[in-house]
Ligand binder design. Structure first.
Ligand SMILES: Nc1ncnc2c1ncn2[C@@H]1O[C@H](COP(=O)(O)OP(=O)(O)OP(=O)(O)O)[C@@H](O)[C@H]1O
Ligand SMILES: [Mg+2]
Length: 281
């Protein structure tokens, strides 16, 4: 909560659709906001999923203007949380930027941040949600990030996307390497988080078991969020914060809900720890 510092920037990105990136951004944002930090969420996905989770259907002053120029409006959505909504036309931006031969095409967001330093420094966290790709907008987000969080579900499509994400980050670092000063301009680290790990009766499903084995041997994993209906519901019709749900007496009466709350807090804390190590210096 230091006014002089740039916020910690995290980007949820994995080139596979529907793996839980958007829910992660919302849950982690609420976790930090509840601790008193000021959190800005940027929706960079033209699907506008994060934006719609907050029932916002705004087409003016959206994240599209980060690239096209013009005003942007961080809308207060909850205590300590502001959202910069996405615009469906974000999908045409990578092609437009290429067609125009834009210079330093991976640092447009970084330039914008420096041009709006005062606004940006009023936040402690900047959390960016991306489209499931490794294209220019996602790379702009990674270029300013302390860490990328690849959210992985127990599906083949999802685990196959891990090396793709890894390669895209390496490519970005290579393409932007500062040869004159012999240093990386992009310092983002890749972390992974499992979600939706499922048990049928007493036993984990085959794919969940496989993902758990991967989690235990790959240090980039911060842990996993088990499958929970209550969690899924928080992102469907009701759209009520999972943390609000997990505060309710009636819900906490059920032991399995208490256990889930603990597991969720453990994963969030593990992310905090990994980020702390990266930002310590
Ligand atoms: N631990 C969990 N328990 C139950 N449901 C979960 C869990 N983790 C994720 N989900 C559900 O999985 C779905 C995946 O979310 P979503 O499709 O928004 O992911 P995404 O990665 O953001 O997708 P996209 O790639 O299209 O942006 C959500 O409906 C969410 O509720
Ligand atoms: Mg999403």
């Amino acid at each position: 909560m230091d006014e002089e510092k740039f916020p910690i920037v995290l980007t949820a990105a994995l080139p596979a659709g529907g793996t839980g990136k958007t829910p992660f951004i919302k849950v982690y944002g609420e976790w930090k906001a509840r601790q008193g930090y000021k959190v800005a969420l940027i929706d960079l996905d033209h699907q506008c999923s994060l934006t719609e989770l907050y029932d916002i259907y705004e087409t003016e002053n959206t994240s599209l203007n980060l690239f096209k120029g013009g005003e942007v409006n961080f809308i207060p959505v909850e205590e300590n949380i502001w959202l910069l909504p996405a615009h469906p036309n974000l999908q045409y931006e990578p092609a437009r930027l290429r067609a125009e031969g834009t210079q330093n095409v991976y640092f447009l967001l970084e330039d914008w941040l420096y041009e709006h330093e005062n606004l940006i420094k009023s936040f402690d966290y900047l959390l960016i949600d991306t489209h499931p790709d490794t294209d220019t907008l996602t790379k702009n987000a990674l270029a300013i990030s302390t860490a990328q969080i690849g959210v992985v579900m127990p599906t083949e499509k999802s685990t196959n996307a891990i090396p793709k994400a890894e390669q895209a980050l390496i490519d970005l670092k290579t393409d932007t390497y500062d040869k004159r000063h012999k240093e990386e301009r992009v310092t983002c680290e890749l972390f992974l988080m499992g979600t939706n790990i499922e048990k049928v009766g007493k036993y984990y499903t085959r794919l969940s078991k496989q993902l758990m084995a991967l989690i235990s041997e790959d240090e980039r994993f911060v842990g996993y969020i088990p499958h929970k209906e209550l969690f899924a519901q928080a992102f469907s019709d009701e759209k009520q914060s999972i943390w609000t749900q997990l505060e309710k007496e009636a819900i906490l009466k059920v032991e399995t809900n208490q256990t889930f709350k603990q597991q969720l807090e453990e994963v969030m804390t593990e992310i905090d720890k990994k980020i702390e190590v990266l930002t310590w210096h």
